[in-house]
Ligand binder design. Sequence first.
Ligand SMILES: Cc1cc2nc3c(=O)[nH]c(=O)nc-3n(C[C@H](O)[C@H](O)[C@H](O)COP(=O)(O)O)c2cc1C
Length: 292
Amino acid sequence: MGNAGGMGVLGPNAGQTVVTRDAEGTAENMRAEIRKVRELTDAPFAVNVPPTQGREDIYTPPMLKVIYEEKVPAVVFVGEPDAAMFAELKEHGVKIIYRSLNPSPANAREAEAAGADIIVATGFDEGGTLPDMTLGTFSIVPLIVDAVDHTPVMAAGGIADHRAYDAAFALGAEGVYCGTAFLMSEESRMAANVKEAVLKANAKDLLLFRTIPAYYRSLPGEQANELVAMDKAGAANEELGRKMGGFANLRIGMIEGDMDKGYVSVGNGISHIHEVKSCAEIIAELTKNYKA
Ligand SMILES: Cc1cc2nc3c(=O)[nH]c(=O)nc-3n(C[C@H](O)[C@H](O)[C@H](O)COP(=O)(O)O)c2cc1C
């Protein structure tokens, strides 16, 4: 990703293959992944830090220690702004890319005041954990751009071709934050049968269901179909969340390729992905109207 001109982000459980409560082990796996990245590129990269907020967080302290020791250049901080943690990150020279799960003018301004270097405005078109307000990318990006004073905003959610990339800049963003587009790259470890299924699908094929914290979407499959049926029958979000079984089922669906036992979480941008390409080719396509 870095060698192709983008900035890669290591996910919060990078290098982890089993569900664990071992916070130190999770952080040490991250250290190994950070070192692998450094062997592959001199380009800057980030580590995703999603602190558990409102209850005990065993994972973030050892992870931050590794981030400081390994001199990681940037974090993508997910959650509500945490002024004390932002100050600590800045003391260690780590750049803060701030991303709220529920972006709002208020939390964007709070993040800016706490020293975020970049703010990501994520719309409901995204893949992964969806915001609780169903504001699409076209609605949320200018709202956040107008809310902040001097902090650059990146647009996220459904950006998978140069038209969406250009639109993000027209809305006032100064960069884009993409997930789905690169899940579909040659370099991505997503299973070949899942990539094939995504190529055949468009946004209308994606199932949407309520869960914890708000909504999720998936390509159809036994589990996903059942969640939609439970949702329609009026099941509570907590019940749907329990049935969904957490992120381990994403691994089963997306990496192991069992689309009935697991989920395939992708964003609405899949309508515009017609080929599996290298990261370099994807970035060239996204930015084709922005040649230096
Ligand atoms: C399978 C999957 C897992 C994700 N996990 C995370 C995560 O751990 N942390 C995070 O900040 N965002 C996560 N996201 C959200 C992506 O960052 C999101 O895709 C991105 O904001 C842009 O949306 P896009 O997928 O439409 O490009 C995930 C997305 C997907 C599709």
